[in-house]
Design a protein around this ligand. Structure first.
Ligand code: ZN
Length: 285
């Protein structure tokens, strides 16, 4: 079943390009934090991650959480939060049925508290890894506990407790995933390495064909096309460096073997630039 995906830009952090991939230049680039709005014909509105929101600044106001904003200086405005962007288009926060959390880094869960009624889908392994972490232990995981709703567990559905399903053969080397609505529309795939329990999402957009939202398994389209690892310093923040290397290679293989599927990393400037035109809420027409 086809869905409609619209990317929302929630702000960015500045980083050296050289930090993000081999062959990158010694220049500052913007790492946009995109959130995906998914319209499902039967299940309504869903989000893939929530990007930044102004809560990021409150959550990083005191030490040691302030270290996070020093390492990745963030630029975002109140009107860029997902909730504010939806409101401008007449969509109430409560219309969002659920949020798919690729992982728990702060640039993906920043808007979570703005959707107090949404179901929250994540891997249990990802949640258990950050659960209860505070202070430096949290910062080390790029996790800010103040961004989490108090009733997270009551609203959570753990994707990795579902029965796995075989993926279409064309998605090789990805072979198994989780069919979230049991209709083939959203297929979640384990993407370890960057963060424990990270997952990506295969879907078919009604206008743009097959897409693979790969979260942070690659930071840019150049990286998966060229199988270009980040700078060794950046690799230090990966939860499992060998798994990250393996995942980037799998993405690279998919891009070579299956031209039908467009791979979309969350922080890729090219994804944002090429989808913003005409992508802005065109699903409503
Ligand atoms: Zn990220």
């Amino acid at each position: 079943m086809d869905v409609k995906l619209t990317w929302l830009d929630t702000g960015y952090c500045r980083q050296l390009e050289l930090f993000s991939r081999q062959g990158g230049k010694l220049k500052m680039i913007r790492f946009h934090a995109l959130a995906g709005l998914i319209e499902h014909p039967e299940h309504g509105l869903w989000l893939f991650d929530t990007g930044y929101s102004p809560r990021f600044f409150e959550a990083t106001s005191a030490f040691p959480y302030s270290l996070y904003s020093k390492i990745t200086p963030v630029v975002t405005q109140a009107e860029q939060s997902v909730r504010a962007q939806l409101a401008r288009h007449g969509i109430a926060a409560d219309a969002v049925q659920g949020i798919l959390l690729s992982h728990f880094h702060a640039d993906h869960i920043g808007g979570l508290r703005d959707f107090p009624r949404a179901r929250l889908y994540c891997f249990e392994s990802a949640y258990l890894h950050v659960k209860g972490k505070t202070g430096l232990a949290a910062v080390r995981e790029a996790y800010l506990p103040d961004l989490m709703p108090d009733d997270f567990e009551e609203r959570a559905t753990f994707v990795d407790r579902m029965a796995p399903t075989a993926l279409p053969q064309k998605y090789a080397p990805y072979t198994t995933g989780y069919d979230l609505f049991a209709d083939g529309s959203l297929l979640a795939v384990d993407l370890p390495g960057h963060a424990k329990g990270q997952f990506g999402l295969f879907l078919r957009d009604r206008d743009h064909g097959e897409l693979f939202l790969c979260a942070d398994a690659a930071w840019s389209s150049e990286a998966y096309r060229g199988n270009l690892l980040p700078h060794p310093l950046a690799r230090l923040i990966m939860s499992d460096r060998q798994a990250y290397r393996d995942e980037l290679h799998r993405l690279h293989l998919l891009s070579r073997q299956c031209a039908d599927v467009r791979i979309m990393p969350t922080h890729c400037g090219e994804v944002w630039e090429t989808t913003r035109e005409g992508g802005d809420f065109s699903w409503r027409s």
